[in-house]
Design a protein around this ligand. Sequence first.
Ligand SMILES: [Mg+2]
Length: 231
Amino acid sequence: MKQYSHIFFDLDKTLWDFEANSRAVMEDLYMRYALKKRGVPGVTEFFAVYSTINDRLWEQYRKGAIRKQALKVKRFELALRHFSIFDVALANLFGREYLELLPEKTVLMPGTHALLSYLKPKYPLHIITNGFEEVQEKKMRNTLILDYFTAIITSEAAGARKPNAAIFRYAFEKTGAMPANSLMIGDDLEVDVIGAKESGMDQIYFNPGRLVHTVPVTWEVAGLLAVKEIL
Ligand SMILES: [Mg+2]
């Protein structure tokens, strides 16, 4: 078995349950702004529409096609518009309050604490995330996982987003890790796994939805605790 010197984790959807937390915020906003009265039938419907739009805009953001400020508001503007609410001021409020409320939510993926407390004495652990700098640390503090990690690499600090090799190079510089003795664990095949592979790292594809694919990966797990069998 190969001996690793550094373990890098993705945060959103790998450790921090983005779906559950994002939905919880949407419930708050749905109630606060009485969206039912304005014709949005339910939180589930709103969240589904928002999620589709958000995924599409994140894809554009990752490619550098839109800016962070535009992404923050546009996703709500378009979701509201889908329900015939043409209200840019409301979209702006949603954009701001969503990001204020999101890091206060504390649902983690099952097994997060158990895995991190198992790994912590054995390896330096780090985060590499494309999320917004001001939000990610708050999420980690509020879910009591911040202390497991030595370095937190954000795309904003690195000036590049996964899967761009530049963010991985930045991570190696910042931590003193070498690609050959580093391992990346993440839920996104393209962004985390292929990005890491092309930077010379081994990878664990965390694939709880058991999505079918043809990419050769070093390891694949459907649950976090299965990582203990590998490390
Ligand atoms: Mg992720």
